[in-house]
Design a binder for this molecule. Structure first.
Ligand code: SF4
Length: 137
């Protein structure tokens, strides 16, 4: 049993769950489990496990407008907006982020659009949507 707890590799991480930013040391053990030290609360263990075993990212990007349209607003020089800022509604598995970005870049958004409008629904059955983060008309 002791052999199962042999450390294969040790990594350093900074927990970004809260502003304290604990410096974590994560030992990957022979049985595949992670031993986390340096955390000041249990959320650090959860963060290290998610980051090293199943990392996810919230995706922010911009989408093209249909027909290369420019926004007709004229507030503070924003009338030249030609792309719509968007983001995912939740963190998406990191290995699939480029595929999600490809789908966002393939969009041609018709105006008007309201902040919060869903532009991509349930991408690849993940439950993650892509929404507009501002209104344009
Ligand atoms: S381990 Fe806990 S206290 Fe430390 S940064 Fe993460 S959430 Fe904050």
């Amino acid at each position: 049993m002791a052999a199962d707890k042999e450390i294969i590799v040790s990594e350093e991480l900074i927990c970004i769950t809260c502003p304290l930013g604990c410096h974590l040391t994560v030992d990957r053990q022979a049985d595949g489990s992670l031993a986390v030290t340096g955390n000041r609360c249990p959320r650090g263990v959860k963060y290290a496990n998610e980051e090293l075993l199943a990392p996810r990212r919230v995706v922010s990007a911009t989408a093209a407008l249909a027909g290369g349209a420019a926004c007709k607003e004229n507030r503070g020089g924003l009338c030249d907006v030609v792309r719509l800022p968007v983001r995912s509604t939740a963190a998406y598995p990191k290995p699939g982020v480029l595929e999600l970005l490809d789908a966002i870049y393939a969009l041609r958004v018709e105006l008007p659009v309201q902040r919060g409008d869903v532009l991509i629904k349930d991408f690849k059955g993940s439950g993650v949507d892509v929404i507009a983060t501002r209104s344009l008309k």
